[in-house]
Design a protein around this ligand. Structure first.
Ligand code: GAR
Length: 201
């Protein structure tokens, strides 16, 4: 039996973070599968190129969120996953799903939470006029972008930045921070006390 730390990456779109996780080759971490809810998303091509097993579950095939989530849970059961990583997954997962994978679901968000939750976070930061922005990896709880924070990365907002350039800078930072957070979890260095995530040396 393998003692690898097994993860699934959920993505709906481009998949640059999925690719960064795979190419980071985090010691002792196995990317068991990539799950996508959009059959035509570019991440599907990436998974093929990187030889990572792909599972497609289109939310459009289900009458309710719960049925969609039940299907995902049943498809994942055999993999004995240690962690589910939401990296650009454009569906909200309900408490039904997160309770099933209690404390085993993390999300990547393109802002310094708790600022700018929800959609278009880089645009929100620019419009607000913050001088710094960044990205956050957090545990998923019952709220939207509200769970305990595991890691954050900072980028500077320049006067010349546009939504595109800021998004690009945040992406580069995400490609460092997300594999770093997965590594901490895989090494069992993370504990949660209330809202605070403590990291062992
Ligand atoms: C990432 O920037 C991630 O932070 C964001 O989607 C992008 C996916 O990029 N997630 C959210 O906005 C979640 N609220 P990718 O498909 O290239 O990895």
């Amino acid at each position: 039996m393998s003692d690898k730390f097994k993860i699934a990456v959920f993505s709906s779109g481009n998949g640059s973070n999925f690719e960064s996780i795979v190419t980071s080759k985090i010691p002792n971490v196995e990317v068991s599968l990539m799950l996508c809810n959009m059959p035509n998303a570019y991440v599907v091509e990436r998974a093929k190129k990187l030889s990572v097993e792909t599972i497609i579950v289109s939310h459009k095939d289900f009458g309710s969120r719960k049925d969609f989530e039940k299907e995902i849970i049943s498809k994942l059961e055999k993999y004995n996953l240690d962690l589910i990583v939401l990296a650009g997954f454009k569906r909200i997962l309900s408490p039904f799903f997160t309770a099933h994978y209690d404390k085993k679901v993390i999300n990547l968000h393109p802002s310094l939470l708790p600022s700018f939750t929800g959609l278009h976070a880089p645009k929100q930061a620019l419009e607000y006029g913050t001088k710094f922005s960044g990205c956050t990896v957090h545990f998923v709880d019952d709220g939207i972008d509200t769970g305990p924070i595991i890691a954050q990365g900072l980028v500077t907002v320049e006067d010349s930045d546009t939504e595109e350039s800021l998004t690009e800078k945040i992406h580069e930072k995400e490609h460092e921070i997300l594999p770093f957070a997965i590594r901490l979890l895989s090494e069992d260095k993370v504990s949660v006390e209330g809202r605070r995530v403590l990291i062992k040396n």
